[in-house]
Design a protein around this ligand. Structure first.
Ligand code: GTP
Ligand code: MG
Length: 232
């Protein structure tokens, strides 16, 4: 049986060969939806832009609804298309945002290391996500604005403890401003989802398709594993 827990200790090797591909790369084998959530102003838009385009915008423009970016890469012999949904953190849009939780393969819950309020709200974001999303959704906790060390109010230990208590998949601190860990957060997400895909495939080949947990995992297949698209 493959669950988020035992997938982490599976025999799938992790020495993946990764190659970045341009935004308009014309074909893909696997497509995953990744959603960024968290309070307004924690840096979701800046982090997605930095991770995908190596760019930082100091001027704050609140996202209205959501924005959508794609990030393509080759892992081993498969082309992955990551559909990245940058959502707005304002309370007034919360019910709209929760519609985007469905079909997400992985969520990054952001807080800012200089805002205790945003860290406290991470639990609310997690509960909202869990109530709407696929039960197997992967979750990363992200402490952004790590460059603001002199304003830090949330320690790394607090972030790590939250991740352990809530059994999340990863805790990472990032800076959208300096770029620290911005790209690697996305790469870690891609590697984890790719590993899940390999595990599901292996389990199916081993005849494990009858299992309920695995059934849930494979139900995601239509949105996760799309047919190869070619331009012309
Ligand atoms: P909403 O769209 O309202 O939900 O906000 P958001 O989470 O998308 O925040 P956004 O990315 O727009 O960033 C808000 C402000 O924080 C902007 O002024 C950014 O320049 C700043 N900011 C974002 N990330 C960082 C960071 O890592 N370090 C520093 N110092 N500032 C950051
Ligand atoms: Mg935004």
């Amino acid at each position: 049986m493959i669950t988020p827990e035992n997938a982490k200790t599976s025999s799938i090797p992790e020495d993946f060969k990764i190659e970045m591909l341009p935004d308009d790369y014309p074909q893909y084998d696997l497509s995953f939806k990744i959603i960024f959530i968290g309070d307004s102003g924690v840096g979701k838009s800046c982090l997605t832009t930095q991770a995908v385009r190596n760019n930082f915008e100091e001027f704050y423009t609140a996202t209205v609804g959501f924005e959508f970016l794609t990030f393509n890469m080759r892992i081993n012999n498969n082309v992955l298309k990551l559909q990245i949904w940058d959502t707005c953190g304002q309370e007034v849009y919360k019910s709209l945002i929760s519609n985007f939780y469905r079909n997400s393969s992985l969520a990054l819950i952001l807080y800012a290391i200089n805002s205790r309020e945003s860290f406290q709200h991470a639990e609310t974001w997690l509960n909202d996500l869990k109530s709407q999303a696929n039960p197997n959704v992967r979750v990363f906790l992200v402490g952004n604005k790590s460059d603001l060390e002199n304003e830090r109010v949330i320690t790394k230990e607090e972030g790590e403890k939250f991740k352990e208590e809530k059994k999340l998949d990863k805790f990472i601190e990032t800076s959208a401003k300096t770029g620290e860990n911005a790209r690697s957060a996305l790469l870690e997400a891609a590697k984890l989802l790719y590993k899940d895909y390999l595990n599901a495939k292996k389990n199916l080949a081993d005849g494990g398709g009858q299992d309920n947990q695995q059934g849930d995992k494979l139900e995601r297949k239509p949105q996760n594993v799309k047919p190869i698209k070619k331009c012309c």
